[in-house]
Design a protein around this ligand. Structure first.
Ligand code: ATP
Length: 235
């Protein structure tokens, strides 16, 4: 589904990502773990076309998407939900969702997608006329998700979906990701909350200073001494 080979990301003299390989299969949830500055966001941003890949290839459903512009990547079916939930504050929930559907031409398909989002996040239906900026952090995260789903993606990339959320809201977001994956969506996520992410994910990658130092099935990665110490706080 998503195949990344030898991805390099540079900012001037600084190499943030040093030639990594990542694979995400259909319906799979894969998580990238790593400390601050390890290169997690740079990886997602290079895949979605927000920052350039200095080397390497990205293939999505057999189509090369290396260094394609973000809207081209989104039209190919790979959609990123941004860190910090960049919803448009003055626009209502409904308007934010409608904006998300920009790559979808068919009105009938847009209506189907809106119904799916309403089913997944009933909370948003009640908030349809409220400006996005007045939502709570958890509601904004749901709206960011909903907006990405309106683009009719085949795979989604999530950058720190639980950041800044209360534990109960984190559970809600985790459930939503699980539900989306159960419906066949592939998910590649970056997450600081390693315990929640490893529970959810099938596959995990550990990034250290731009290199993958460990990868494999999430339950094996969870038991690795380095992961226990560095991310799960176990001595
Ligand atoms: P965090 O969780 O803190 O976002 P991260 O693992 O996502 O960390 P990145 O944000 O990808 O890491 O950053 C990797 C490295 O690249 C860091 O050294 C960072 O300072 C640098 N970097 C990231 N974005 C830029 C940029 N736009 N310009 C210059 N350097 C950058």
């Amino acid at each position: 589904m998503l195949e990344v080979r030898g991805l390099v990301v540079r900012y001037g003299q600084l190499t943030a990502v040093h030639g990594i390989d990542v694979d995400v299969q259909e319906g799979e949830v894969a998580v990238l773990l790593g400390a601050n500055g390890a290169g997690k966001s740079s990886t997602l941003n290079a895949l979605s076309g927000v920052v350039p890949a200095a080397a390497g290839t990205v293939t999505f459903r057999g189509t090369p998407i290396t260094n394609r512009r973000p809207h081209v990547v989104a039209r190919a079916g790979l959609v990123q939900v941004a860190e910090g939930r960049r919803i448009i504050a003055p626009l209502t929930v409904r308007e934010n969702l409608e904006l998300g559907a920009y790559p979808v031409r068919s009105r009938a398909r847009r209506a189907e997608l809106a119904a799916q989002v309403a089913d997944l996040f009933p909370e948003l239906t009640a908030l349809a006329d409220r400006p996005g900026g007045l939502l709570s952090g958890g509601e904004q995260q749901m709206l960011a998700f909903g907006r990405a789903l309106m683009a009719d993606p085949v795979a989604m990339m999530l950058d720190e979906p639980s950041m800044g959320l209360a534990p109960i809201v984190v559970d809600r977001v985790v459930d939503a990701i699980r539900e989306i994956a159960a419906r066949g969506m592939s998910v590649l996520m970056v997450e600081q909350n390693a315990a929640a992410a490893l529970d959810l994910a099938h596959t995990a990658y550990v990034l250290e200073q731009g290199e993958i130092t460990l990868s494999g099935p999430a339950d094996q990665v969870r038991d690795d001494p380095l992961v226990l110490r560095a991310f799960l706080g176990v001595e």
